[in-house]
Design a protein around this ligand. Structure first.
Ligand code: ATP
Ligand code: MG
Length: 557
């Protein structure tokens, strides 16, 4: 069976594990989750995790949960909860009605702790944080047992109850799992599972003054939700034995299992929260959704689509080894996604006027122009044409360089979708800068008229001046350049001074006038652009360049 073989080969290692679990009857269903901590905006790496988990649930006819891992009362904010929900939905990862908060399981977690104490598997410890660290040992030295390790079950129950009732200050006592101080895995050396923290929690308020530690809480959250495959990033690999210990000792039937994969890193971008925060605070970027960043909100504002991010995540694949992916691959994906879907329009970023001296003065002609030559389904539009046009400044040279096929005195070019014109000269200001270019047109050469008299080497685009809409275009480059070094000697970011170029005097066709936020277009020769969701107004259009048309990235099979 040829087909079958192909399918097996293309499966990633996580799918192979799931297949095995299902075949061996370890699980009879698949349930995954995305468990963000609501302490910041999601970024492209999180998109990978979301789409991976959601994709697996889809593939196996299972379910996907969104769960906020909000067990840590210090850092979490409702603002982040809302932005995360929006981003997950936008990516298309449908969690249906399964939106959960780990903080809603505090009672179950507490009950698990009591169970461990009763089984003699947990104890209240009075050592300070400092002492606990000393006793823990390191890779070479085995740990030393806490003098409080052998407290009786009754005493532990009483002390833990008092911890819960608020009898102790932060850090005064903790609850620790009783596992093995000689374990070669330091995570197994009687890890702390509950701490005292007199802090209000965004969901539970002042109800609790003890909070579970991540390594204890996370497996319980998964088990309560009947997650089968708890997929996380590589740094948790050494924590897996503790994960397994928790679900086993807390006596969950059919417990989940943890599988790790490598984080996604991108070149030439800033993903660390610390750096982004600094860029925001220093006013170098326009908040967390500045189009040069790779938070999901920033990518959306820049004009990336959920489809392009899904394609990117699929191309990157799932692996066990950390590596960086070239930013150009992300650009490749958005080009691929937009090239057939979006209309190709004419827009002038750096305008200069072109006057056709033999064209009737007040006349406006409406030309039929295909919206996308490669996709006839997008239909046609009418584009006004007249005596005065805007063209790109670089499309005229008074003294042409070699192999320059655009406008220069005496040369004939095609005006895209319109007529052939021959350049007759130019006007200049006192400083010698060209202000207007002149030409004449040949009425016989109208595009689509079947004219086949002669060929020209250059085609240039244009926008009719009398109906043009003035617009602002923002061009972006990477905010840091990996090749030049991401960091300066003092540890600060080595910023690219050209990461943002604002062009205020651009001209676009009148058909743009009803464009809305996030609408995107191909601008002939200049790239793909998207209406900025934050700053664009009906009477002042602002476009973000999503990506230029040329690609340095090739998919090699
Ligand atoms: P960061 O510190 O970059 O915000 P995090 O791991 O602290 O990341 P969490 O909210 O704890 O963020 O993570 C939610 C989920 O997203 C976790 O399962 C985590 O493993 C995963 N994740 C985080 N960063 C990446 C990444 N770069 N690539 C893939 N998955 C990631
Ligand atoms: Mg985190």
């Amino acid at each position: 069976m040829e087909d079958n073989k192909e399918e097996v080969v293309s499966k990633n290692f996580i799918e192979q594990e799931i297949d095995k679990d299902l075949a061996e009857g370890v699980y009879d269903h698949v349930q995954t989750r995305f468990p963000p901590e609501p302490n910041g905006y999601l970024h492209i790496g999180h998109a990978k995790s979301i789409l991976l988990n959601y994709g697996l649930a889809q593939k196996y006819g299972g379910k996907f949960n969104l769960r906020f891992d909000d067990t840590n009362p210090t850092k979490e904010k409702t603002e982040f909860v809302e932005s995360i929900i929006e981003d997950v939905k936008w990516l298309g990862a449908d969690f249906e009605d399964r939106l959960f908060f780990a903080s809603n399981y505090f009672q179950e977690m507490y009950d698990c702790a009591i169970l461990l104490i009763k089984k003699g598997k947990a104890f209240v410890c009075d050592l300070t944080a400092e002492e606990i660290r000393e006793y823990r040992g390191d890779f070479k030295t085995p740990g030393k047992e806490s003098p409080y390790r052998n407290r009786s079950v009754e005493e532990n129950l009483k002390l833990f109850e008092e911890m819960k009732e608020g009898s102790y200050k932060d850090g005064e006592r903790v609850l620790r799992a009783k596992i093995d101080m000689a374990s070669p895995n330091i995570n197994m050396r009687d890890p702390v599972i509950y701490r005292v923290a007199h802090m209000a929690h965004h969901n539970t308020g002042d109800q609790w003054c003890i909070y579970p530690m991540y390594d204890f809480a996370h497996p319980i959250e998964d088990a309560i939700e009947r997650i089968t495959h708890s997929i996380c990033t590589l740094e948790f690999e050494d924590h897996r034995p503790l994960y397994d210990w928790v679900v086993k000792e807390c006596e969950f039937a059919n417990p989940p299992r943890q599988i790790e994969f490598a984080k996604l890193y991108l070149t030439n971008v800033v993903t660390g929260k610390r750096y982004i925060k600094k860029l925001v605070e220093d006013g170098i970027v326009d908040g967390w959704e500045d189009p040069r960043l790779v938070s999901i909100a920033a990518l959306r504002r820049r004009g990336y689509t959920p489809e392009s991010l899904r394609m990117f995540v699929d191309l990157v694949g799932v692996s066990k080894a950390n590596s960086s992916v070239d930013y150009a691959m992300l650009e490749y994906c958005i080009r691929e996604d937009l090239k057939l879907k979006r209309p190709r329009m004419m827009a002038i970023l750096d305008p200069i006027k072109l006057v056709i001296d033999n064209y009737p003065e007040e006349a406006i002609e409406y030309l039929d122009v295909a919206n996308n030559l490669e996709n006839p389904e997008l239909g046609e539009r009418k584009v006004p044409f007249g005596r005065e046009l805007y063209i790109e400044r670089e499309d005229f040279m008074e003294e042409p360089i070699k192999k320059y096929f655009r406008l220069f005195p005496g040369n004939e070019v095609r005006l895209m979708n319109a007529y052939f014109v021959t350049c007759t000269g130019c006007e200049k200001d006192a400083d010698g800068n060209v202000t207007v270019v002149h030409c004449t047109y040949d009425p016989e050469t109208k595009s689509g008229s079947g004219f086949e008299g002669r060929k020209v080497k250059g085609t240039i685009h244009w926008v009719a001046a009398s109906t043009a809409v003035q617009a602002e275009c923002r061009l972006y480059e990477n905010i840091v350049d990996e090749e030049k070094g991401k960091l300066n000697e003092d540890g600060s970011l080595n910023l690219n001074p050209n990461s943002l170029t604002i062009l205020k005097n651009c001209y676009v066709e009148p058909s743009f006038s009803n464009a809305k936020a996030y609408d995107s277009f191909q601008f002939v020769r200049n790239g793909f652009f998207c209406i900025d969701c934050k700053d664009s107004r009906e009477d002042h259009l602002v476009f973000n360049r999503i990506v230029s048309l040329k690609s340095s990235f090739k998919i090699t099979k």
